[in-house]
Design a protein around this ligand. Structure first.
Ligand code: ARG
Length: 595
């Protein structure tokens, strides 16, 4: 029998050894570790250029010193300096045994850990403005926020997901004013999708204001009435919010996203005076042209607006109040705002003010600035009625998936279910296929392509692995160990793991390369949290898939003439399947067993 292993992966071991030799942080070392292109150069390499710059030494000297300090490591066959590199060589059969056993034998999902135990991360994501459906521009924050929440939680953090709904402010003044002018209750009540009626009114407002600027004033007055609790206006506001809530619930359900808290801007209205008072007391607020502002010159930022000259409250002030409230509630170690890069200045100002007010936790706040999603080169805008609703994108993607399945695998059981999983997976993965700060021009063909580096490609590779395991007579069983909050259902492994594997039978270049990538999984998950970047996970899944397909195309796994080799190769397939399913799950994408 294989024995239970609770060891680091080999890459983690390298990171640890270099950390001990240089005292440089894991966070800095981890992304530098390379898998060299040629096997003669070792299995892993650590280039010393960056450290050398910091230490003001020549890279080869740094490499020598690291090798000397490491001395002999029991885990590696050799550790040697080669010019500016430290090269690590593994003992192959030991490597295969340890890596694959670690993946297959634990009763926890591979890569999960307690790294973040005792730490709390608050993630503000999706957070749409209400009275309109989610559109394709919300895809980034919604998909990335949910993925980060799952990844953090997988690493043992308490990850609190907050949807902070924009249910207050100018846009409501405009919408209510528009409704009072042109809308009617009957049409709203009988509309098949009432939120679209609200969108139409909003678009009309922006069209008409071009010729009738007095509308702007009307909207401001309406908002003020809302702030003062005017019955009629407040009733409309409540009605519009309820309509949007129902609409949002549906789409989050489709995407499989649940929030821990659904907060909203309006819930902070009651504490805005106190918030402003708190800032004033510290001598940080001053009147300017009738408005109230806080100077941030020290930070080379324009002043942050706390109250408008007409007395109306502001997005920025509500965010200050919300930040206090969240600190009180969660005592977070990190708070991440997953919000478009067009709000960069807002968050710089917010964090600067918190710092100026003397809150030590101000530095724990991060704005994850997402790239914009544009439609054929133009910025999307609900105002101009120029949006692609996310619901429609999902529908179209599912239709396309259905057609492809019908062509390729018409006998598939639960076709409809798989079409949904593939369609939605394609849309989500599209966002993860690039770093988040990159702008994306939304393009149907690219988003829905089922070839190349896409979600369906990963799902297909995964299904292929499942089919091999099925053919070998293995069954899927739930891991009984830890239960993870966000994904109790999908963590499973195939069993039984073949007993007494002869690891010396493995070792062709395709197997070797694939197993190295499998070993890298835990350290990449950590990297994804350091960078707050689900792309890191997506990229690695693509690499694993490419390596798996290469292996699979060149080598036979099911082979009754060579049962021992079959067992050893099945261990590779099973481990790959497990990581692909886990990784897709972390990204919010289903991994069907057949497609
Ligand atoms: N509702 C805002 C918008 O759609 C985003 C809110 C982001 N979160 C925050 N705490 N400011 O632009």
């Amino acid at each position: 029998m294989l024995h239970m292993l609770k060891k680091n992966s080999f890459i983690e071991e390298i990171i640890q050894l270099i950390h001990q030799a240089t005292l440089v942080s894991h966070e800095k070392i981890s992304p530098l570790v390379e898998i060299p292109p040629k096997a003669e150069m070792g299995d892993y390499a650590f280039p010393c250029f960056e450290l050398a710059k910091e230490m003001r030494k020549a890279p080869p000297q740094v490499a020598q010193e690291i090798v000397q300090k490491i001395g002999r490591s029991s885990r590696f066959a050799s550790v040697a300096a080669a010019g500016p590199y430290v090269n690590f060589k593994v003992d192959p059969s030991r490597f295969y045994r340890e890596v694959l056993s670690a993946i297959l034998e634990r009763d926890t999902p591979y890569g999960s850990s307690q790294t973040g135990a005792g730490k709390t991360v608050v993630i503000d994501f999706s957070s749409p403005n209400m009275a309109r459906p989610l559109n394709i521009a919300h895809l980034g924050t919604t998909a990335a926020g949910a993925a980060l929440q799952r990844i953090y939680s997988f690493l043992g953090y308490r990850a609190v997901g907050i949807n902070y709904l924009g249910d207050w402010g100018t846009q409501f003044g405009k919408l209510i004013a528009a409704f009072q002018r042109w809308g009617d209750q009957k049409t709203l009540a009988s509309h098949p999708k009432p939120v679209l009626y609200l969108v139409d009114l909003y678009v009309r407002f922006h069209k008409e204001v071009e010729t009738d600027p007095s509308l702007e004033e009307e909207a401001r007055a309406t908002l003020l009435k809302c702030e003062q609790g005017d019955q009629q206006v407040t009733d409309l506001w409540r009605r519009f919010c309820a309509i949007s809530h129902a609409e949002l619930d549906k789409i989050y359900q489709r995407l499989g996203i649940e929030f821990d808290f659904v907060d909203s801007e309006s819930q902070y209205n009651a504490v805005l005076d106190d918030t402003i008072e708190n800032i004033r007391r510290r001598g940080l607020a001053r009147e300017s042209e009738g408005a109230l502002i806080a100077d941030l010159e020290k930070f080379e930022l324009p002043p942050i607006l706390l109250r408008r000259s007409d007395g109306a409250s502001l997005y920025s002030t509500r965010d200050i109040a919300a930040a206090f409230d969240r600190y009180e509630r969660f005592h977070f170690d990190r708070m991440i705002y997953v919000v478009g890069s067009e709000q960069r200045l807002h968050f710089q100002q917010l964090f600067a003010l918190l710092k100026e007010m003397g809150y030590p936790w101000a530095d724990r706040c991060t704005h994850l600035a997402l790239g914009q999603v544009t439609l054929e080169g133009e910025k999307m805008s609900t105002r101009r009625g120029q949006v692609i609703f996310l619901d429609d994108v999902l529908d179209k993607a599912i239709d396309l998936a259905r057609k492809i399945i019908e062509e390729k695998n018409p006998d598939l059981r639960n076709k409809e279910e798989v079409a949904k999983e593939v369609g939605i997976g394609a849309v989500l993965f599209n966002r993860f296929s690039q770093r988040q700060n990159k702008d994306i021009v939304f393009d149907w063909d690219r988003a829905l392509s089922f070839e190349g580096e896409t979600g369906p490609y990963l799902q297909y590779t995964h299904a292929r692995a499942c089919s091999i395991l099925r053919k070998a007579g293995m069954k899927k069983k739930k891991i009984v160990g830890e239960v993870f909050k966000y994904f109790p259902d999908w963590i499973k492994k195939w069993s039984p793991t073949p007993p007494a594997i002869d690891w010396t039978l493995l070792g062709n270049p395709e197997e070797h390369d694939l197993i190295k990538l499998l070993d890298r999984w835990p350290s990449l998950l950590e990297s994804a949290t350091w960078q707050n970047e689900p792309y890191v996970v997506a990229r690695h899944l693509l690499d694993i898939s490419a390596a798996f397909n290469k292996f699979y195309n060149l080598h036979r796994v099911i082979d009754s003439a060579a049962p021992s080799l079959q067992s050893a190769r099945l261990a590779i397939v099973s481990a790959t399947q497990h990581i692909l399913e886990t990784g897709l799950g972390l990204l919010g994408i289903a991994a069907p067993q057949e497609m």
